[in-house]
Design a protein around this ligand. Sequence first.
Ligand code: 6PG
Length: 237
Amino acid sequence: MDPAILIFNTALEAAEACGDRILELLADARNDRGIATVAVSGGSTPRLMFQSMAKRAFDWTAVEIFQVDERAVPPDHDLSNFRMMRETLLSRITIDEPRIHRMRGELPPAEAAREYTDDIRRVFRLGEKELPVFDVIQRGMGPDGHTASLFPGEPLIADRAGIVAALHSEKMKQDRITLLPGVLERARHTLCLVSGNDKAAALREVLKGAADPMSFPSQIALGKSIWYVDKAAAARL
Ligand code: 6PG
């Protein structure tokens, strides 16, 4: 199945549409199963999306919100994905604190990854070796085609058994904690939000190029993904 590609005039329109679709999918999941689970990305692109979601009259009851990845920094650090999400979304909505699942970047990365794996296992009531099925996973894409904290050439791109891992990105000079491909592939709905002309070349490779997720990790779960992109990022499609 080919990915669905929705092209918007501006980054704001793409962000609003992606955020609105996430809320629709969460409401459907809660109606179907009494609970909704979502994992969202960090970086800068989701800021507009989170700000838009926070303005919507949405009931966050029974929504469990997780992180796709995090930098190994404390939650008040400028680089913290959680800080960005707290400032643009969590501080502006009514949601039960225990349903906010933060990757604890202040811990040694491997310990943070183990702890997050245990948290996911508890919430999803997973058996041994079982992987979670998120209702929604929202991902971004870097100019190099990375997604989550899976950068080109990262051996963990081949991991289909694990849930969360810690890794060091030489390129970013950062330690990271990230959901793994096996989890990304199982999401009921994968929404990728990409904007800016610096993403145009990678987006073309990811969406139109040969299948090569080791070089273009954003191709993980490509067949069942929906792409919310602005015209600038779509310039090479
Ligand atoms: C992170 C993100 C990462 C992000 C891309 C795009 O921790 O940086 O989770 O995967 O989605 O790097 O980042 P921008 O939105 O800043 O372009």
